[in-house]
Write a protein that binds this ligand. Structure first.
Ligand SMILES: *[C@@H]1O[C@H](CO)[C@@H](O)[C@H](O)[C@H]1NC(C)=O
Ligand SMILES: *[C@@H]1O[C@H](CO)[C@@H](O)[C@H](O)[C@H]1NC(C)=O
Ligand SMILES: *[C@@H]1O[C@H](CO)[C@@H](O)[C@H](O)[C@H]1NC(C)=O
Length: 350
């Protein structure tokens, strides 16, 4: 089931730094599959002529052209690959639904994750379901990757592909569409993990120490590495730059770091509902924090040093006492995994 759509990509840059000079990179069409007639350019790409002064024209462009970091949501992005039955089965709704963010071209990372921490049967007695969430590859690679992805999905049945460009700036869309899928096909999952593809994860620690399958239900539960008292970076040179037009306040509410956070299924559904009413920003982890703030929910602290946002050298005992380490690549995962899986412990693990 594929849905075919022509997208309009507007690359417009307003040259505020040049005292009102307008630099227009121009609109370009990106044709993913076959053309359709449903989209028109929002603005003419012809240079404006006539009597308008530069500042006036600039004002007009600002009023009509979305900021390049602006995201269109809510919007019915299509699911190109999906698995409506993923959460159905004799053992009922999963205890943990893993939504793993990878790009379409990250075939090797997905394979390594399946063979290591993404293995659904690693934690005995607990039902885990894993899905990789991805968008569309860069237009040049669409055709080549399409066949590969269909093949990969036929073999593993774990790809959730959506009809928008898979870029860093669109990560919030991936997460929200992942939650939309959950709301529709897996609403009874007890917990949902949002995790990036470049991490080490210790599912046993996550399940037993952080989530505690035999504890009471926690409807307001979300945890991870909690950032507090941070605020927007206003310098465009930063990766996480955000201009005041997209986010005005000078502080962020507390939020869980993007590489990996986990929340109860019921909270996930409420985050999704409130996300429909807020202005979406491209910083996905901050945006989830804004949803929590609106819901009046505070992140729950995790066991100390359970979620590491920086890299840590592999060491058997240390890694058994934590849930997640950021910045692990497929080859490293495959290398350390056999050692990590050793059963005979020489160190105490909670
Ligand atoms: C997943 O883990 C189980 C149990 O530890 C093992 O038998 C199986 O081979 C693993 N699957 C993969 C794809 O590595
Ligand atoms: C996704 O991101 C790219 C650039 O980062 C942007 O051009 C595109 O319009 C975004 N949205 C969709 C729906 O593809
Ligand atoms: C550790 O190894 C010994 C010898 O190989 C074995 O008898 C014992 O059962 C192992 N312990 C655990 C906890 O697996």
């Amino acid at each position: 089931m594929k849905l075919i759509r022509r997208h309009l990509v507007m690359g417009a840059l307003l040259g505020t730094a040049f005292g009102g000079l307008l630099i227009l990179l121009g609109g370009q069409f990106v044709d993913f599959q076959t053309p359709s007639m449903d989209l028109k350019p929002l603005v003419s790409t012809e240079p404006a002529r006539g009597s308008l002064s530069l500042p006036l024209r600039k004002f007009e462009w600002q009023a009509r052209t979305p900021h390049p970091l602006d995201l269109k949501y809510p919007y019915p992005y299509p699911f190109l690959l999906t698995h409506p039955n993923k959460c159905k089965g004799p053992r009922g709704a999963p205890f943990l639904l893993m939504l793993v963010m990878t790009r379409p071209q990250d075939v090797g990372a997905r394979q390594a994750i399946r063979q290591t921490w993404g293995n659904e049967t690693l934690v005995p007695d607990v039902v885990i379901r894993r899905l990789f969430v991805l968008g569309l590859p860069p237009p040049l690679f669409t055709k080549e990757l399409h066949t590969l992805l269909e093949e990969e999905d036929r073999e593993h049945g774990d790809l959730l592909q959506m009809g928008f460009l898979d870029t860093y700036n669109n990560l919030t869309l991936k997460v929200l569409m992942g939650l939309e899928w959950m709301a529709r096909y897996c609403p009874s999952a007890q917990y949902v993990l949002k995790v990036d593809g470049d991490v080490f994860l210790n599912p046993s620690f996550l399940v037993r120490q952080v989530l505690q399958p035999y504890g009471p239900p926690r409807p307001d539960f979300i945890t991870g590495y909690i950032y507090r008292n941070t605020g927007p970076l206003r310098n465009p040179a930063y990766k996480w730059y955000i201009p005041p037009e997209l986010y005005l306040p000078d502080r962020y509410p507390p939020y869980c770091g993007g590489p990996g956070y986990v929340l109860s299924g019921s909270l996930a559904l409420r985050v999704l509902a409130v996300a429909q009413t807020l202005k979406v920003i491209y910083l996905e982890d901050v945006f989830v924090g804004l949803c929590l703030q609106r819901l009046g929910v505070k992140p729950t602290p995790s066991p100390p040093k359970a979620f590491l946002m920086y890299r840590l050298q592999y060491e058997y005992c240390a890694f058994h006492r934590l849930a997640l380490v950021h910045q692990f690549w497929p080859q490293e995962l495959l290398q350390i995994w056999p050692d990590f899986q050793r059963v005979n412990m020489t160190c105490t693990v909670p």
